[in-house]
Write a protein that binds this ligand. Structure first.
Ligand code: NOJ
Length: 716
């Protein structure tokens, strides 16, 4: 396809419609009834509707094919539309929420999960996904942490690469174009309130928040979605420094920049654009190419060109970028891409995908506490299954496309599947509301707990209380759920608490009252089966937290790779004066980044580095022996952290710079090695350049971020 020639043939209006993404609801697939009433509200021109560049959300393979046919029939220049959707954690088969999956530290698994999602979505008609979501977030109050990979940039970059590869698929039989989001700093809203400003230094932006988007782009992402918030005073979508200087000029990104839902129009609400018309003028300057949902560009584009405020070259550049992405996706040769109703019938929600989802749920679970309660023996005679989430389909967690919640395996179902002959005594115990105080059903739950061999207590968040716009000022469980945990655990010491959550919660009290806490986040389609396997030892928990769990909400944002301060507080257990810290609590979180228990124990020994000097272009190797000294075959996530002792700007107390997931049988020992090069030491310095600075470094290898260094070396 000669894109340039195609562009030359297009009228200005046709070009402007290419810059539009419409919610699919606006378009009907019936040829004789191409538009709905919403069209009028959006002030769209019916004659150009089939020139619309993109649609948000598919209708399934069959209808999507019909829609595309309609486009090709009516579009003057026969330009296919591109169908984009939020395929963020599966499509028909759901794996755990992204925050959960990140705790697996398993890049192969992340890639496989994305690939499975791409298979299902692409045969069902989707061309591009708005994923991966790569907003680093350190604040548990923000509801969208559930969509992130947690607080660490290095890990998020690794996940960005793996999932971008996975979504792109094999490119022959399936695959999605990748659109990473939300550039940039959307995960750092002040006070944890969604859509609130993010304000940060250029160094923090470049060091902490930007690298994951860059990693996804380098791996092939074709689209970048702008954040919904203002970054350093300018709405992301109109932020020329971000979108032009950095994304286009420094990184050379030539794909599509899309505004988030309604976000171009809402720059007026931010008090940045004077009017929707001016927003379009500014958007052309910051090189936004596509407008999602609102229709400012098609409304005001022509007027702005006539007034000389927007040049035809600016419009052409934007259209060209969109056409190029369509070309890259192969839409001109095959406008339906992989859409195939028969194939969709075969693979959506198929057995193989469910199996992968179950494995992902098991690998994502993090054992937070275990006073010899877990694993349970499969020989138990009776189980008390208690809690508002014990027989709930909503444990799947939110954000899905073609899913039917009823397909979720509940905990009750999972336990019945695993242990069909065991007596299960079920009680809800209390409600799930955020502020539930009704404890009238707890007595019944306590009675059941007393008369059963073991208790499984399923508590946590309502799935609707995390996600977009679900910020929280309190991070504790409801008073009723707390009371339930306290009383049930008191009445039967063999109680395991299973926690469902979209974010780190404050579990300070539960850490004292509960005997065991297994955090499964929102585990997806196969949640119940995975949980049964984990509780009864068919599978051993191995996940490590990717976001710190605070002691109390006042600590937020709390994260492991913070800077040192003057008057640094060295002892967290007592009140210290004239130190940087709280007088009424610790600085450290309750459960730190990288933390997670197992049913077995691992012994770390023989920490070594191959040299205590590293030169330019040189490398050294750090190694450790890890031995399984417990009874269960299990996986361990071995983590390497580095501390740069001095720099042109202050450096964090430690930073994750490597991890390896290994599996060991009882008594088995493995040596784990990490390579350290100049790149391992690089950071964004005072001159805003990323490079390693000469000096001394400390190295740590162990099983969480709260470990001590074992050696120092010098970069000379
Ligand atoms: C708004 C969300 O912020 C974004 O993540 C999503 O991709 C769009 N809506 C489209 O659904």
């Amino acid at each position: 396809m000669d894109i340039k020639r195609l562009l030359d043939k297009m009228s200005l209006k046709e070009k402007l419609y290419q810059l539009q993404q419409l919610d699919s609801n606006v378009i009907m697939y019936d040829e004789n009834m191409p538009v709905t009433g919403i069209l009028q509200k959006l002030e769209l021109d019916e004659n150009y509707i089939f020139e619309t560049g993109s649609l948000l959300n598919s209708f399934g393979a069959k209808r999507t094919i019909e829609i595309q046919k309609n486009f090709l029939m009516h579009s003057k220049n026969k330009i296919p539309t591109v169908i984009m959707q939020d395929v963020v954690r599966g499509y028909k088969t759901l794996y755990p929420i992204n925050l959960g999956l990140s705790c697996s530290f398993d890049m192969d698994l992340c890639e496989k999960c994305a690939s499975m999602a791409a298979k299902e979505a692409s045969v069902d008609g989707v061309h591009m996904t708005f994923a991966p979501m790569l907003d680093v977030s350190r604040d548990a109050r923000w509801g969208r942490v559930m969509e992130t990979s947690g607080e660490d940039t290095y890990l998020t970059c690794e996940i960005a690469k793996a999932t971008t590869r996975g979504f792109q698929g094999d490119g022959k039989t399936y695959g999605l174009g990748v659109g990473c989001k939300h550039m940039a700093g959307y995960g750092a809203p002040e006070s944890g309130k969604d859509y609130n400003l993010s304000d940060m230094s250029e160094i923090t932006l470049r060091e902490i928040y930007l690298p994951p988007y860059k990693a996804s782009i380098d791996e092939g992402a074709m689209l970048v979605m702008a954040g919904q918030q203002t970054l350093n005073g300018v709405p992301c979508v109109l932020n020329s420094h971000l979108m032009k200087d950095i994304l286009r000029d420094e990184w050379g990104f030539d794909g599509i920049v899309i505004s988030d839902y309604n976000c171009l129009a809402s720059t007026v609400d931010h008090g940045y654009s004077e009017s929707h018309k001016q927003a379009v003028e500014l958007a052309m300057q910051s090189e936004m190419n596509m407008e999602m949902a609102t229709t400012c560009v098609v409304k005001y584009g022509e007027e702005l060109v006539n007034e000389g405020k927007v040049s035809i070259e600016q419009i052409d550049k934007a259209v060209l970028r969109i056409l190029k992405v369509k070309e890259k996706l192969g839409l001109f040769e095959n406008p339906y891409r992989y859409a195939d109703p028969n194939e969709a019938n075969k693979i959506l929600g198929c057995k193989e995908h469910k199996e992968l989802a179950r494995i992902a749920s098991e690998e994502s679970a993090v054992l937070l506490k275990n006073d010899c309660v877990l694993p349970f023996s499969k020989d138990v005679k009776s189980v008390a299954l208690i809690g508002p989430l014990a027989d709930e389909k909503q444990i799947v967690g939110s954000w899905w496309c073609a899913y039917d919640k009823n397909e979720t395996v509940t905990v009750l179902e999972g336990i019945k599947n695993l242990l069909p002959y065991v007596k299960i005594n079920y009680a809800m115990g209390c409600g799930l509301e955020l502020d539930a105080t009704d404890i009238s059903q707890i007595d019944e739950a306590v009675e059941l707990a007393k008369e059963s061999d073991i208790v499984i207590l399923c508590v946590g968040e309502d799935m609707r209380d995390s996600g977009e716009s679900k910020s929280k000022a309190f991070l504790e469980l409801s008073p009723a759920q707390k009371e339930l945990i306290r009383r049930v655990t008191e009445s039967n010491k063999n109680t395991a608490t299973v926690l469902f959550t979209g974010r780190p919660l404050v579990l300070t009290e539960e850490n004292k009252t509960a005997g065991a806490i297994l955090n499964v986040f929102f585990p997806g389609t196969e949640g119940g089966n995975a949980i049964a396997n984990l509780l009864f030892g068919n599978s051993v928990p191995c996940g490590k937290l990717t976001m710190s769990f605070p002691h109390n909400v006042g600590q937020c944002p709390v994260y492991y790779n913070h800077f040192k301060t003057g008057n640094y507080r060295t002892d967290d257990t007592k009140r210290m004066v004239f130190k940087s810290g709280y007088i009424d609590g610790p600085n450290k979180p309750l459960y730190p980044f990288g933390y997670g228990l197992s049913y077995t124990d691992f012994e770390y020994s023989s920490h070594k580095i191959s040299s205590d000097i590293i030169n330019d272009n040189g490398k050294i190797t750090a190694s450790v022996k890890v031995k399984n000294i417990g009874k269960y075959k299990a996986k361990e996530i071995v983590q390497m952290y580095i501390q740069d002792l001095f720099g042109s700007v202050v450096r964090p107390v430690k930073e994750l710079r490597g991890f390896k997931k290994i599996e060991l049988s009882p008594n088995e020992e493995k040596t784990v090695e990490f390579e350290i090069t100049e790149d391992t030491l690089a950071f964004v310095g005072a001159d805003l350049k990323r490079k390693a600075e000469k000096g001394r470094f400390r190295i740590f290898i162990g099983n969480s971020s709260e470990i001590e260094p074992f050696a120092e070396f010098e970069y000379k």
